[in-house]
Each structure stands twice: as C-alpha cells, then as structure tokens.
Design a protein around this ligand. Structure first.
Ligand SMILES: Nc1ncnc2c1ncn2[C@@H]1O[C@H](COP(=O)(O)OP(=O)(O)OP(=O)(O)O)[C@@H](O)[C@H]1O
Length: 589
C-alpha cells in the first residue's frame, strides 16, 4: 500500500453540553429507584444533623433565662448525632453502589462503542485520540461518577435542607445568607463559561502528545536510522508546551475563581453573627433563633465548600464524558445508526457474495483522486486479482470493497445491498480485509485460532493450519502452547500463517487480500494462496503484488492511475499484449 504523507488527522467528535446533559438525565431516569432511595437517606441524615443546632439554641436561650434542663436536651443531641452517623453510613453506601453500577454500565457501553468504530475513523483520528479517551478520560469520568456526583448530591441536599431549616427557625435570618449569592453567582458564571473549553483543550493537547510520543516509540528504529531524533524531540517539546499552556490556562481559571468563592462563603457566617445579633438586640428575633441560624450557617460552609470543589471536578468529568460520548457519535454517523438511519431489524441482508462497484470515485485529499470512475462486477465465488503499478489505487479499491472507506461518489454493494446500509456487525462478518497487519493475543495457539470459530474441533484447526503450510511447526510447538507477548514469540511469517488459518476457519462470504502473504517466502506464499483459493468458498479479491497470484486467478483487473484499463483472464490478457502483458514480461525479467 502506497502511503505518502498521511492526511490531516480528523479528531473524533466531542458531544455538545446539551448531549452530555441529556445523557446524564437519561442515566438518572434509568436508575431513578436507587437514586431516590439514596437521596432520601441523605435527606434523613441531613435532617438529623439539623436537630442539634435547634437544641443548642434552646440551651443558650434557656441559659440566658435560667430555665433550661441541660441533661435531657444534651441526651437528645447525642441521639441526633448517632442517628445522623448511622444514616450517613447507609446513605453513602447507597450512593456508592449507585455510582459503581452506573460506572460499570458506562464502561461496557464504551467498550462496545470503541469496538464498533470503523477502521478508517480510528486510523484518521490517530492512536493518541482513542488511547487518551479509553484511558485518561475513562479514569477521570470514573472518579467523577464514584466521588464527585454522590458528594455533590449529598452537599446539594444538605445546603437546601439547611437553608430550609434557617427559614423555619426565622425567615428573617435567611437575609444575611443571601449576601454571598451575587458574588458566588457572578464568579461561578464567569468560571463555567471558560472551564469546559479549557478542560477540552487540555484533554486534546494531551491526546496529541500521546499520539506523537507513541508514534516516536513505535518508529524508534526508523527515527534512528534516518537521524530524525532532533525533529521528533522538537515535535515532543512543542506538544509538551501546548499541553503545559492548556494546563496553565485551567490553573489560572481556578486560581481566580476559587479564592473568590472561598471568601464568598465565609461572608454569610460573619453577616449572620453581626446582623443576627443586631436583630436580637432590636427584638426582631429570639436568642435561640439567632444562635441556631449562626450554627446552621457555620454548618453549611462544609457542604458549600464540597459543592464548589466538586463543581470543578464535574467540569473536568463533563469534558471527559463529552469526549467519551463523542466515540458513540462517531460510530453512529459512520454506520448509519443516527437519527435518519435504517432500523437494524429492517436492514436488508446480502443475497450472495456478489460485489458490484458502480461509478466509484475516491480521494484521500481534495484534488488528488486515487480512484476515478471504477465499474466492476465480481461474481459470487470468483477469484479476482487486481494488479497495476505502485500507486495505481489497488489497495484503495480493496479498502472500498471491504467497506473500510466509503466512496466519495458511486457505490459498492454486496449481494445487492450497498455496504453503507449494512450494519457494522454484518459488514465485519461478511467482508474481511486481510493485510500484513495481524495480532496475536496472549494465550495458547489453539485459543488464537478459536477466536475465529469458537466451536471448531481439533480436526478443523489442523485442517486450517495445514492449508496455510503451518502444521509442521504448529504441531511441533503444540496447540496448547502459550504464544503472544510475554510468551513464545512467533516469527512474523508464522504469525501471518496463524492469521490466515483463522480466515480458513471463518470462511467469510468475501475476502480481500492485500499483501496478506507478503511475509512468506515466494514458494510457500503460492502454495498457501492456492490452498486458500480451494478452501475459501466465498468471493476472493487479491491485490496481487506477485503476478503468480494473477496467473492463478479466474480474472485479472489492471488498474492504472485510478482507472481500470484492462480486465479478463490471464491468458486472454497476455494474448491482448496490453498493459498486463507488459507487466508480466517485466516481472519475468
Ligand atoms: N492514507 C493515504 N493518504 C493519502 N493518500 C494516500 C493514502 N493511501 C494512498 N494514498 C494515495 O492514493 C493513491 C493510490 O494508493 P494505493 O495505496 O491505493 O496504491 P496501490 O496501487 O495499492 O500502490 P502499492 O502497489 O504501492 O501498494 C496513491 O497516489 C497514494 O499516494
């Protein structure tokens, strides 16, 4: 596959604040029972915490008038405190359970979404984008859901009930509390308007840093061989500076907002003491009410502080949630599961393995067409070889036939159904693109084959391994031998054979090979290709880099500069003495 400079990265989408709120609302509605239980327990805990200041107020009032019996009131205070401790314990347990349930659901949903992302979306987004969303963003969100959301709910309920208690004590005493409202309102509005963008910027600069760093590590040998160290170092420094600037920006926002907020919530305490005292002297309120209100305001500082502290964390969590939900949007857009998409149950099923490419144009970049008007019908079960000079568009055609990229114009259909209308599951099941890239999982050799067909018998595994000329080394190693990272490492050629054996087990309706046997020696490659042609019952499209593949195919298509210039069986094209015959001659030296 020819790869010039990669096209610009297309970051994965980020959900809007409205979408994030709608998702949070849906989640709360789904768990309304446990949520209501948890809130009710917190409310009860909070109400029991409101009893002590009332009673203390009475003690003060009674002491002033010499009428109080301290012992029973003190006992009542003790009972209230113990009750509050017990209720708080159960309330916390309920909200932690709820948080864990929501988190587990979100993780499962997220893994499903990531796995359903189309290959080209992942390729264009860059590794860092997805790695950051699956690691850092999920961790941040987990912290928010486990800690920030329950604590905020508790603190919010406590603040509301405490203010209600002050109202009940004496509505006049609410007035000193209001002094903090305009300061908190204006500073919070100022902060919230800037914080989301700041945290999103910080996450995406971190993703870019991760992306470039992992690229440098993966290509370390190339970097060294071409003496690119200095350039990569400069790039990393630029990324670090961008990430540092983004972090600094959010830090600056916090350093302005938090001190103002801290001061604002100390104001009501002072105001209640001074104004409440004055009201008492003026006979507007009782001493018990002024005392209780001052204690309440003092008591509310903790929850307000918690609210402000977590509000910041919720901004960070909200930004992460927007990035995580964006993965869902990306999957929905590409697979047509958005608003206007076809219902899964109504999706038509391909009636056979026929591929029809009609009027297809495709460009990775504007003004640089890689395919220019391809019309091609591939019969079910046909073995088609695509040949042509480097850069002719062979791999691009293979990616379009496999549904990895969508045509800019024109259509690709499988068994009469446009690929764009197939669900991602159906597409992955019916059309498989096999390239040089493969992955071995840590596990036994048999496990690595069984992922293709879990119900395969040992005889099936043997047949598949024999087909790809791997039986000799595989039986010597043993099917129950551990392979993969950290265990026995197979050679690249052996690993490619395992990947091809999986394909034999899968036997999908359509296979597109692109350099799938490039790591095998030419003799083995030809044997394997012939065996695969025999064993695979579906349609096979081979991007042929060795012309032997074309020789063995039912039909050959010659691509030049993004167009089909010849099509026919090997013998016929040789007799025609055109482009293919020239390629064949030059290949034979
Ligand atoms: N990821 C990409 N981004 C931008 N341009 C690309 C990309 N991949 C391929 N191209 C361009 O598209 C055209 C067709 O490339 P393609 O890889 O399909 O050719 P090919 O016939 O498979 O070549 P080769 O035999 O060298 O693999 C070329 O001009 C190539 O530079």
């Amino acid at each position: 596959m020819t790869n010039t400079a990669a096209p610009p990265a297309e970051p994965l989408p980020v959900a809007s604040p409205k979408e994030v709120r709608a998702h949070a609302r849906r989640t709360m509605l789904r768990h309304r029972g446990p949520l209501a239980r948890s809130l009710a327990l917190h409310a009860l805990a909070c109400i029991s915490a409101l009893i002590a200041p009332q009673l203390l107020g009475r003690i003060v009032e009674g002491a002033a008038h010499g009428t109080v019996k301290v012992a029973p009131v003190a006992l009542a205070i003790c009972v209230a405190v113990v009750l509050q401790a017990v209720l708080t314990r159960f309330a916390r347990l309920a909200s932690l359970r709820l948080g864990e349930t929501v988190l587990a659901e979100m993780r499962e949903e997220f893994v499903d979404r990531v796995l359903s992302l189309p290959t080209h979306t992942v390729e264009r987004a860059g590794t860092g984008e997805l790695v950051t969303r699956t690691t850092r963003d999920v961790e941040v969100l987990a912290f928010t859901v486990q800690r920030a959301v329950p604590d905020t709910l508790v603190a919010g309920t406590t603040v509301a009930l405490t203010i209600g208690a002050i109202c009940l004590t004496d509505p006049l005493l609410v007035l000193p509390c209001l002094i903090a409202v305009p300061v908190l309102w204006l500073s919070t509005r100022w902060y919230l308007r800037r914080a989301r963008a700041g945290y999103l910027r910080s996450s995406s600069s971190y993703a870019q840093l991760t992306d470039h760093l992992s690229e440098t590590v993966a290509g370390a040998r190339t970097v060294e061989a071409l003496g690119l160290q200095e350039r990569r170092r400069r790039r990393t420094n630029t990324d670090i500076s961008a990430s540092h600037r983004a972090e600094l920006h959010t830090l600056n926002l916090r350093s302005v907002y938090l001190p103002i907020a801290d001061t604002a919530y100390m104001l009501p305490v002072a105001a209640t003491l001074v104004i409440g005292g004055w009201m008492y002297i003026e006979g507007l309120v009782t001493l018990a009410a002024a005392t209780a209100a001052t204690l309440y305001v003092q008591q509310v500082i903790g929850p307000v502080d918690t609210l402000l502290f977590w509000m910041d964390e919720i901004q960070v969590g909200g930004a992460s949630m927007a990035r995580i939900l964006g993965v869902q949007t990306a999957a929905a857009v590409v697979h047509g599961s958005g608003k206007n998409s076809i219902d899964k149950t109504q999706r038509p099923a391909p009636h056979d393995g026929e591929i029809e490419v009609r009027g297809v144009h495709f460009a990775y970049r504007k003004q640089q067409a890689s395919l220019r008007g391809i019309d091609l019908r591939i019969r079910p079960g046909e073995r088609l070889a695509v040949v042509g000079p480097s850069g002719a568009g062979k791999s691009t055609l293979g990616r379009l036939v496999a549904g990895i990229d969508n045509p800019g114009s024109g259509s690709v259909a499988l068994g009469g159904v446009p690929l764009s209308e197939l669900s991602s599951d159906a597409l992955r099941r019916d059309v498989i693109l096999v390239t040089q890239e493969y992955h071995l999982f840590r596990g036994t050799l048999a496990d690595n084959l069984l992922i293709a067909r879990p119900d395969a018998e040992p005889a099936d595994l043997e047949r598949a391994l024999r087909a790809v000329a791997a039986w000799e080394w595989a039986s010597a190693l043993g099917l129950s031998h551990e392979i993969g990272s950290g265990a026995t490492e197979l050679t690249p050629a052996q690993a490619q054979q395992v990947a091809l054996a999986r394909l034999v087990l899968l036997n999908p309706p359509v296979v597109v090979f692109d350099e799938a046997t490039a790591l095998l020696d030419p003799q083995t490659a030809r044997t394997v290709e012939r065996a695969l042609a025999q064993l695979l019952s579906g349609t096979v499209v081979s991007i042929a880099h060795r012309l032997q593949t074309a020789h063995d195919a039912d039909r050959v298509v010659v691509l030049e500069d993004g167009r089909i210039v010849e099509s026919g069986p090997h013998r016929e094209l040789i007799d025609r003495d055109g482009s293919y015959a020239q390629l064949w001659k030059s290949w034979h030296g």
